[in-house]
Design a binder for this molecule. Structure first.
Ligand SMILES: Cc1ncc(COP(=O)(O)O)c(C=O)c1O
Length: 368
């Protein structure tokens, strides 16, 4: 038996009969960039997130870049974020030539430790990027309070957190802007690349729309620094179809996570803590153990693929050496990177396979 870390073909089978006629229609229409399907998905996704505006683009990285540009972040400014994230969060800050200020995490939630934010704020600090790692909401209310106190822009990196909530409020609607990735493996994934920024602020929405299309106010009149970050019509259409299933798929992810928790309860593994006010949407189901590498190998020998999100914290990435500031103590992030292991989780993953994975983990601990 091989249990894949992710099986996107299973998801495709669910939408195949709806997707294929629409793709053919688009191919015949000759309208391949932006257009009605993208506009319709933007309306639906804004409604799903309980925000006024959604501006799609061609990746989560572009979404972060656009949000920073819309917020006017530039060279000489500092942007605070977590070191435990995918590299794109920090790369986007460098795209606007600002200085990333990388902070440590809480080992319980794996998200930004809110206590460390205020001591790192100075006159150059202009924004905070709050990441909801693995789909587990960070303490967004507290981060928002700090941002309001110091007049900082709050951008949420919700690339892994479609549909998660904090105190019943959808992630992405608390900050000034929130950025999503629709990379195929995400909880809401395109069949190619895609991203979006959502906001309740009409000024930002307007600016974002221009930035994704060469800063155009109208054809050939360029008002802002912009890029070709437009979304393809086919991706907009497919995302619109998949959005209809997102809640069903999210509930299934949560059920699978609960089954893992129950089946792994007695094992000496550390599980990520979910804040009582939060809905974790389990883009990643992570466990922590000092025997991570041995366990990963053992699971692989038993036909189980796993992942590591992420093996190296951003402050240790060679590309960022000398261009980021970071707090002196990054021990929690370093521990997490050495111990995290991501187990397979997706809506179509059979419950029996989860029980099998838990049994193999149990066997590993009996043998070691
Ligand atoms: C937290 C986070 N931010 C940003 C991104 C970038 O998204 P994309 O790959 O669509 O550019 C990702 C993608 O994995 C991510 O996980």
């Amino acid at each position: 038996m091989l249990i894949k870390y992710l099986d996107l073909t299973a998801q495709y089978r669910k939408i195949q009969s709806q997707a294929e006629p629409v793709i053919l229609d688009i191919l015949k229409s000759g309208n391949y960039c932006l257009g009605e399907y993208v506009a319709s998905f933007e309306n639906d996704f804004a409604a799903y997130c309980d925000t006024k505006f959604c501006v799609t683009c061609n990746s989560g990285t572009s979404a972060l870049h656009m949000a920073l540009l819309a917020a006017g972040i530039k060279e000489g400014d500092e942007v605070i974020t977590t070191t435990s994230t995918f590299v794109a969060t920090v790369a986007a800050i460098r795209l606007v030539k600002a200085t990333p200020v990388l902070l440590d995490i809480s080992l319980k939630t794996l998200n930004l430790s809110t206590d460390s934010i205020e001591p790192h704020i100075n006159h150059k600090t202009k924004a905070v990027i709050a990441v909801h790692l693995h789909g587990n909401p960070c303490e967004i209310d507290e981060i928002n309070r700090i941002c309001r106190k110091y007049n900082l822009i709050l951008i949420e990196d919700a690339a892994q957190a479609h549909g998660s909530t904090f105190k019943g409020v959808k992630i992405g609607s608390v900050g000034d802007m929130a950025c999503f990735s629709f990379y195929p493996g995400k909880n809401l994934g395109a069949c190619g690349e895609g991203g979006a920024v959502i906001t309740n602020n009409s000024f930002y929405a307007e600016k974002l729309r221009m930035i994704r299309d060469w800063g155009c106010e109208k054809k050939y009149i360029h008002l802002y620094e912009g890029y070709n970050y437009r979304m393809d019509a086919i991706q907009g259409a497919l995302l619109g179809i998949k959005l209809q299933y997102l809640e069903e798929w999210t509930e299934l992810r949560i059920q699978k996570a609960e089954l893992y928790k129950k089946s792994l309860a007695k094992k000496p593994l550390r599980l990520t803590q979910v804040l009582p006010e939060a809905r974790h949407v389990y883009h990643v189901f992570a466990v922590m153990t000092e025997f991570r590498d041995e366990l990963k190998k053992y699971l692989y020998q038993h036909g189980i693929e796993t992942g590591i999100h992420y093996p190296v914290p951003v402050h240790k990435q060679p590309i960022f050496s000398g261009v980021c500031k970071s707090s002196n103590n990054m021990s929690n992030s370093e521990t997490a990177c050495g111990q995290l292991l991501s187990l397979p989780i997706y809506p179509e993953l059979d419950d029996n396979k989860i029980i099998y994975i838990a049994d193999v983990i149990n066997e590993f601990y009996i043998r070691t």
